[in-house]
Design a protein around this ligand. Structure first.
Ligand SMILES: NC(=O)c1ccc[n+]([C@@H]2O[C@H](COP(=O)([O-])OP(=O)(O)OC[C@H]3O[C@@H](n4cnc5c(N)ncnc54)[C@H](OP(=O)(O)O)[C@@H]3O)[C@@H](O)[C@H]2O)c1
Length: 357
């Protein structure tokens, strides 16, 4: 599996491109705007087949420098056909937006149409080449603490409905896998107008001594973006038609924030518990949590592992330091700037995704 067309050049898509590049493959990113720079991630400890850090990648941390990028609006059927014809990929990974849960809730029809149309176009354009779609735990209502591949779906929100509809389209493809992924975290290069993921924002705020308000009644099974990338690349070769990928720990956002406070050597008192319903997480399921009947054996076969949040947080600390250096301040923050985290913002409107799940 050498050449992979990755439709979506955001947080997850760029990480997949970086992992494929490091593994000697040829990623081609496709989205409407040139992708942002791609931060470093490390392989989890004890992984039997580590994804080696590639020196060239570290120096040139721009996905668009190491991965080809083609402009594509995946809702354009002719555009999808043309790009697939030109790129001639061995496989296609659909990892495009809209990914902002709050935006989708406010624009349910637009979200549904975007996901359905783009996925339908990609299924048709891909033909018989392997297709992998990255989906979400929001296809469940979040009542059960954990959901596996056999749990009945009942989307929690408009985002979950759009993704579930797209899953159905993917299953019409003869050789496709839907990889449902829980909340993804990790280092994230700041992009103008976009917030980094929950953990990266928390770590930056806490390290800067700023208070964090986090729901104590919304649980996730966070999964590191580097692990999503390596599992996605393994799964795009061969995998069951439906696979779940969650991190090994189930924890509330507030508890996670306290773990990040420990990591950044910030006082835990900076973290205030809030109710999910009181803020921008109101439309999220109480449990955004995945488990799998299939993943443990597959990870063993692939020689991969999925790290816990403390191990994953090491990358976040480096991210904080890099971020501070980039911004030139003590902590790199702009108290009222464009890098405010989702968990403190009330208005998450606009087209820019934030803290997707
Ligand atoms: N991050 C998570 O926690 C998480 C968890 C579970 C599942 N997922 C799924 O993973 C996917 C990617 O998430 P992410 O966090 O990487 O989101 P992201 O950072 O917002 O990236 C989304 C990417 O999709 C592109 N895109 C949006 N509309 C497009 C279109 N019509 N045609 C082509 N490209 C388009 C965007 O670029 P342009 O705007 O330039 O086109 C962007 O590069 C989403 O489908 C999301 O549902 C994410």
């Amino acid at each position: 599996m050498t050449r992979v067309l990755i439709v979506g050049g955001g947080f997850v898509g760029r990480a997949i491109a970086g992992a494929l590049e490091r593994a000697g493959g040829e990623p081609v990113l496709a989205c409407r705007n040139r992708p942002a720079r791609c931060p470093r991630v490390r392989a989890p400890a004890g992984q039997t087949k580590p994804v080696a850090m590639d020196t060239a990648w570290q120096v040139r941390q721009d996905a668009a420098d190491v991965a080809r990028w083609v402009r594509l609006d995946a809702t354009d059927a002719a555009g999808c056909a043309e790009v697939v014809h030109e790129v001639k990929p061995d496989a296609v990974i659909a990892v495009h937006g809209p990914s902002d849960v709050t935006w989708c809730q406010r624009h349910p029809q637009a979200a549904l149409e975007a996901h359905l149309t783009a996925t339908d176009n990609l299924v048709r354009a891909t033909g018989t080449a392997r297709l992998l779609m990255i989906s979400t735990d929001n296809v469940f209502d979040g009542v059960a603490e954990l959901n596996d591949e056999e749990s009945p779906t009942a989307p929690a929100n408009a985002y979950g409905r759009a993704k579930l509809a797209a899953e159905t389209v993917v299953h019409s493809h003869p050789d496709a896998t839907v990889l449902r992924v829980s909340l993804v975290y990790g280092p994230q290069t700041p992009t103008p107008g976009k917030r980094p993921n929950f953990a990266a924002s928390c770590a930056r705020d806490l390290r800067a001594g700023r208070a964090v308000h986090a729901p104590a009644d919304q649980w996730t099974t966070p999964v590191h973006v580097g692990d999503v990338a390596t599992v996605a690349l393994a799964a795009v070769r061969e995998a069951p038609r439906l696979l779940h990928l969650g991190g090994p720990e189930r924890l509330s956002r507030a508890d996670w924030a306290r773990r990040l406070a420990d990591l950044t050597k910030a006082p835990r008192t900076l973290v205030t518990d809030v109710a999910r319903d009181a803020g921008p997480y109101a439309c999220r399921p109480a449990n955004s949590c995945l488990t799998s009947r299939l993943l443990p054996d597959l990870l063993h076969t692939w020689g991969l592992s999925v790290r816990g949040v403390d191990e994953g947080a090491a990358d976040l600390l480096e991210d904080c330091i890099r971020h501070a250096a980039t911004m030139g301040g003590v902590d790199g923050s702009t108290p009222h700037g464009g890098d405010r985290p989702d968990h403190r913002r009330r208005d998450t409107g606009g087209l820019h995704p934030a803290d997707p799940a």
